[in-house]
Design a protein around this ligand. Structure first.
Ligand SMILES: *Cc1c(COP(=O)(O)O)cnc(C)c1O
Length: 467
């Protein structure tokens, strides 16, 4: 395009004022905040002007201009962080917000946060109190620990423990437990950031008690065990049972810490899972400090829970880092409510969405999948739609070896590719996150609630509708 053509094209670009006074402009101003409308109009005009000047655009039409502005306004007026439908079947999906909170937890957050609260006020004494008292006794009752403390997440819990107990000193860890969790939590890196010195012992597949004992010097501050979380080493393997590590710690007068990762508060053997000890069992084994996440198997808000011996927890609370890692009242309110649910184990599985989604019967999942498939078949004639058996993973670095039997709705689109369908669903409102398997899109009913079935069916039919 020559420079006169460019000037010619630029002169046909309407001004911000003209657009605001147009019938579309009036409608936008009636429906949205003025600042959003003006900014969107300016942004789109500026972008088109730049494209014309750099010859990356050969022109524009009034319709394309209006629809660009319209899209921009809607984008600016809606939140970036929003609800999505998780049809992946992965209950603890870290990218999709990990644990879903129950109505009971959320109601407590609303009650506590919409007014003032006794967050750090002792109502009996009429003076300053501590924010941790609200959850401490509940956690003690549920886990059997002497004391408890909550920080921002489990990474923060590990950091605080290492910094408090082992700064400038050595921490002995098995080479089989130098875990990396998605999103950049790595045991050696957290160790370095805490100021503790990593002393790795044993090999990837086998670590013996004498490996720990041989490494102990007067520089040793802590024996650390880390839950493998998202991987398993199988075959010719050996690890030191936590009870033996505790015995060794006692003899050597060294504290023993266990980063349990997920941290399960119920006995999973009732659900056929024998590989995951409960926090109560680990505490009972005599571990001095146990850390775990609030939003993995526990099913609460993001948080890092530290339970263990009172004298160590008190040391943690005095560390200046504790103030930097402290949790908000909304988190405490959600935790207090989720711990109340745990006072009754059966009730917890019904009430806590993470546990309910993981341990619902395959028959229930199938019935939701069938409902969804029937709704889709009513609306869509050309697509091949069927309910299939599949398995889902827990996710969130929890129970990696367990395959949970599930049911999914499989859709083979007739007019577009399965990748295009997946993309359209992600771009929809609400966005739907699904899985592709071969030429089919799979919607796992495990993580879709009854209440979402209508929205999901509508989202799929609109994504498949002819443009
Ligand atoms: C998940 C996990 C962490 C990190 O926990 P966040 O709550 O995500 O910070 C740390 N250690 C282990 C072993 C884990 O599984």
């Amino acid at each position: 395009m020559g420079s006169t053509d460019r000037q010619q094209l630029l002169s046909t670009l309407p001004s911000v004022d003209e657009l605001l006074k147009s019938p579309e402009g009036t409608a936008w101003l009636n429906g949205f905040q003025r600042s959003i409308v003006v900014q969107a109009v300016r942004d789109v005009i500026a972008r088109i002007r730049d494209e014309i000047l750099s010859s990356t655009a050969s022109g524009f039409t009034r319709d394309s201009l209006i629809s660009d502005i319209d899209r921009q306004i809607r984008k600016k007026a809606s939140c970036s962080l929003r609800r999505v439908i998780n049809a992946t079947g992965i209950v603890l999906h870290t990218n999709l917000g990990r644990s879903v909170l129950s109505g009971r937890m959320l109601q407590n957050v609303v009650d506590v946060s919409s007014g003032f609260s006794n967050l750090e006020y002792d109502l009996d004494a009429g003076k300053r109190g501590k924010r941790h008292v609200h959850t401490k006794n509940l956690i003690r009752d549920i886990t059997g620990a002497e004391d408890a403390f909550i920080v921002n997440n489990n990474a923060a819990a590990v950091l605080l423990c290492l910094n408090t107990l082992a700064r400038n000193r050595q921490v002995i860890v098995s080479r089989g437990e130098l875990v990396e969790i998605g999103g950049s939590f790595r045991v050696p890196d957290v160790m370095a950031a805490s100021g503790a010195v990593l002393r790795e012992v044993g090999t990837t597949n086998k670590t013996h008690l004498h490996d720990y004992l041989d490494a102990v010097t007067d520089q040793t501050a802590l024996l650390l065990k880390v839950h493998q979380s998202n991987y398993r080493i199988t075959g010719f393997t050996e690890e030191v049972p936590v009870t033996e590590l505790v015995d060794a710690g006692r003899r050597l007068d060294l504290p023993v810490m266990y980063d349990l990762g997920s941290g399960c508060l119920i006995d999973l053997r009732a659900y056929g899972i024998h590989s995951e000890p409960s926090v109560r069992e680990i505490v009972k084994a005599g571990v001095d400090l146990v850390t775990f996440s609030g939003d993995k198997l526990l099913g609460g808000p993001q948080g890092g829970i530290i339970v263990g011996k009172k004298r160590y927890i008190e040391q943690l609370q005095k560390n200046p880092l504790a103030r930097a890692l402290r949790v908000d009242k909304m988190t405490i309110a959600a935790f207090e409510s989720v711990f109340m649910s745990y006072r009754d184990e059966k009730g917890a599985v019904d009430e806590i969405p993470v546990l309910r989604m993981l341990f619902q019967t395959p028959a229930r999942i199938r019935s939701r999948a069938v409902k969804l498939a029937n709704r889709l078949k009513d609306r869509l004639q050309e697509e091949q739609i069927e309910v299939i058996r599949d398995t889902s993973k827990a996710g969130g670095g929890s129970l990696p070896e367990i395959e949970f039997p599930t049911y999914a709705v499989s859709i083979r689109p007739a007019r577009i590719t399965v990748n295009e369908l997946e993309r359209r669903l992600r771009a929809g409102s609400p966005p739907v996150i699904a899985r592709i398997s071969g030429d089919a899109l799979l919607l796992d009913a495990r993580t879709v609630s009854n209440g979402e079935l209508g929205l999901l069916a509508a989202a799929i039919s609109s994504a498949l509708a002819p443009a």
